[in-house]
Design a protein around this ligand. Structure first.
Ligand SMILES: O=C1CCCN[C@@H]1CCCn1cnc2ccccc2c1=O
Length: 507
């Protein structure tokens, strides 16, 4: 009843839905695509927020708060920014029984809300750089299949919006923020991501270029955009007249960036690490890192309970997020299952014999490994064990991801590789018509293959491929891929290939 009833590899969608509800991360809600974030997952968002907020403040970013609503006139200031997104905008059209004069949109993102104010605030180069961020919710009335954390109609995020005098400053910050996003995923959530640039077709249409961190869900072979950092160039500053005096009455448009990370990050972490017994939480994001379970014996209950509380106090004082489960209506076995389901990284058991012998039995959630800790050194041992759990959790995910990255140089190998739930790294010409063509051909071909294979291979993933990113140099070398050769040919159109590009099916 309380435990997981579905295997991750049998029915991924159902497994995930059970995972987020049985672990008390999510409660479902009667507005489609909206979810209740319960304390177990909200604590994770708070940890992400504390970490990222402290880091951007070191970069001189200040937090502010802008209105939730935006007028139609404002939102559609420049159609090419909104084009393609209009269908997702949610509108307020009435108050009570009365129609509003003008429909008001609920913010899907805040460029058009913030930038008129930027235009007012930035007059001279002394007003630059302007670096503001807001932690808020946004609404995008998506129609694709809603999934907790991954795709919801309201989600929490931070959106940074910065303005600089020069392109050089903007280019530097775009990458500083992207590296912070990588750190949130890899150092907090133990999820490996690949940094790169979006193709012209996939970039934010209103911007100059988009950098991204791409995640991967090995179970269903889908890639997922984990966070983005855009350089907007001067596109928005021209649109919103954000300019500054450069002396003798001459003006210059500012160079802008905008960057965002959302609660999707929690869903990616849960999908990547969790198993058939429930959540597997990396220690740095776990709301509770250690649970102490007393093994009570008749007549010695008080002694053992006190020892468990003492151990809890000691670990707490040492900065560990620890909980002693002293509930007297549950037996140890029940408690083991409960905290295993919740994904607590480390369980300590304390029985009469352990107390006599000055030892504590420890069990790691990530691999079930058991060991005896010396009671006298328990704080130190717990800390080093939690560090090693983070590393092994990351390594496990990195290996599972890397073995699903396949090198392809010719078209014939492309769809067969994708159908094995992989990401494909291929030399590409970077031309949009070619990207459109790959999208169409890969969609058709995978449908045919599904037919031909006869037995509908449940494991086969169908659908068309898109570019995920053009990995940065250092990412290619991390993947053991050399720089692209002068005479390399595009895998799809045989024109000159200018970059190795990561392709895949994505959320
Ligand atoms: O990614 C980010 C990071 C945070 C700040 N905004 C940028 C770009 C958002 C692109 N976008 C995404 N969905 C939308 C949906 C409706 C209207 C407009 C948009 C829209 O402009």
């Amino acid at each position: 009843r309380d435990g997981m009833e579905i295997k991750k590899s049998d029915d991924f969608g159902e497994w995930f839905s059970q995972l987020v509800t049985k672990t008390e991360m999510i409660e479902f809600y009667d507005v489609s695509g909206c979810y209740i974030l319960r304390p177990w997952s909200f604590a994770m968002w708070e940890t992400i927020r504390e970490y990222f907020d402290a880091e951007i403040k070191k970069l001189g970013v200040q937090n502010a708060y802008f209105p939730l609503f935006v007028s139609k006139k404002r939102l559609t200031t420049e159609e090419d920014h909104i084009e393609g997104f209009a269908a997702e905008v949610a509108w307020v059209t009435k108050s009570g029984k009365k129609d509003l004069e003008e429909p008001i949109a609920v913010r899907p993102t805040s460029e058009t809300i913030m930038y008129p104010a930027y235009s007012k605030w930035i007059r001279s180069y002394r007003d630059l750089p302007l670096k503001l961020n807001q932690w808020s919710n946004v609404v995008r009335w998506e129609f694709k299949y809603p999934t907790p954390f991954i795709r919801s109609r309201e989600f929490l995020w931070q959106e940074g919006h910065t303005a600089f005098a020069t392109k050089e400053e903007a280019d530097v910050e775009v990458l500083q923020i992207l590296n912070l996003y990588r750190s949130v995923y890899e150092d907090l959530l133990a999820v490996p991501v690949i940094r790169g640039r979006k193709s012209d077709k996939e970039k934010f249409a209103g911007g100059l270029y988009t950098t991204t961190i791409e995640g991967f869900i090995p179970t269903n072979g889908r890639a997922i955009q984990a966070a983005t950092s855009h350089c907007l160039g001067q596109n928005f500053s021209r649109m919103f007249k954000i300019e500054y005096e450069i002396g003798d009455n001459k003006k210059q448009f500012v160079w802008q960036n905008s960057w965002g990370l959302t609660t999707r990050s929690i869903g990616v972490m849960a999908m990547v690490h969790s198993d058939d017994k429930g959540l597997v939480l990396p220690p740095r994001i776990a709301p509770i890192q250690v649970v102490v379970v007393p093994i009570l014996r008749k007549g010695m209950e008080k002694m053992v309970r006190d020892a468990a509380e003492e151990l809890e106090q000691e670990l707490q004082k040492d900065g560990i997020r620890v909980k002693a489960d002293l509930r007297d209506d549950k037996n140890p076995g029940w408690k083991f299952n409960y905290w295993e389901l919740k994904g607590v990284p480390l369980r300590l058991e304390l029985g009469p014999r352990d107390i006599e012998g000055g030892s504590v039995m420890a069990t790691k959630r990530v691999d079930g490994e058991k060991s005896m800790f010396e009671r006298a050194k328990v704080c130190e041992t717990v800390k080093t064990t939690l560090e090693s759990i983070h590393k092994s959790t990351f390594e496990k995910a990195r290996i599972a991801r890397d073995e699903k990255i396949v090198r392809v140089d010719k078209w014939a190998d492309f769809v067969p590789a994708l159908d094995k739930r992989t990401m494909v790294l291929a030399p590409w010409c970077e031309q949009t018509p070619c990207e459109e063509d790959v999208k169409d051909r890969s969609g058709e071909e995978s449908q045919q293959r599904l037919g031909e294979e006869g037995e509908v291979d449940k494991k086969a993933l169908s659908g068309s491929a898109k570019t995920l990113c053009i990995p940065f140099e250092e990412e290619l070398s991390r993947l053991g891929v050399e720089k692209i050769g002068e005479d390399a040919k595009c895998f799809a159109c045989a024109e000159k290939a200018t970059a190795y590009t990561l392709w895949g099916r994505s959320y």
